[in-house]
Design a protein around this ligand. Sequence first.
Ligand code: THG
Length: 292
Amino acid sequence: MILIGENINIMSLTIGPAFKERNPGPIQELAKAEVESGVDYLDLNIGPARKAGGELMEWVVNTVQEAESKPLSLDTTNLVAMEAGLKVARSKPVINSVSLQPDRMEQGLRLAKQYNADLISLLWGAEGMPRDANERAMHAVNFVYQANEMGIPNENIWIDPIASPVSVEINQVKALIEFMAMLADIAPGCKSVVGLSNISNGTPTHLRPWLNRTYLIMMLKHGLHSAIVDAFDTDLIALVRGKKPEIVSLIHRIMDGEKPDLASLSEEEVKYAKTVRVLTGESLYSHSWLTI
Ligand code: THG
């Protein structure tokens, strides 16, 4: 699968100021470290960038490309900034993202067509967050239809059903898995992507990786194509790259209804087993889910 490193983002305490001061050092160091760690793409999240967003995105893309040659995911809602990034990107970039809000979708599709870029279809509609798997499916069909009308082929479209925090609404966590299982039938040839760390937003920092990794492996069961991830979660990368097949198999078997005897599992396996049960809604989420 394709891993997109999330770490170059405006919320980061080192990267935010580096963007502002146009200081290339920390950004280039981080880009190199992410690639060294094993990601395939680099997400460049400059936020809404209301002031001089075009100039900022152009500078960030050029800065990263001086240090690294991996393809980029241009992460902003500012379409002027998006176009500035597309103009200077060397490898085929990903537009991150185009939502289904009527005033935004057409312009986003036009940019994807004009620059022959891949694009992430964020399934966020006129009424905001989709409520369930069916609403996600409706948005996906609608998006793909309109993109095809403009001559954009399915292989350029990466569908993002929007991961949301487990601590907020378990039904949304389940709906996304349900949608993943439907996607190949609804939008044949399209790719899929999620912002993985969203799932663990609001949970204690040291516990976040358990939720992130387990959810990722759960989505892989349904053919997930790519994810925006913390490039420095080395266990996550090991899992995805086939280094821990017994953990992947355990997670998939529990999804199929197997109830392993926890006493027979290793400490690490027990943590994954407990986390699957939280993410399927079988156990209730609390900050102490791993110890009870
Ligand atoms: N879908 C798409 N794009 C996205 C998201 C998505 N882009 C933004 C986001 N969601 C994915 N990227 C991040 C980046 C950082 C974090 C979460 C998601 C994060 N950061 C830590 C924090 O805030 O506590 C640490 C910040 C730092 O120092 O880097 O959680 O869903 N298409």
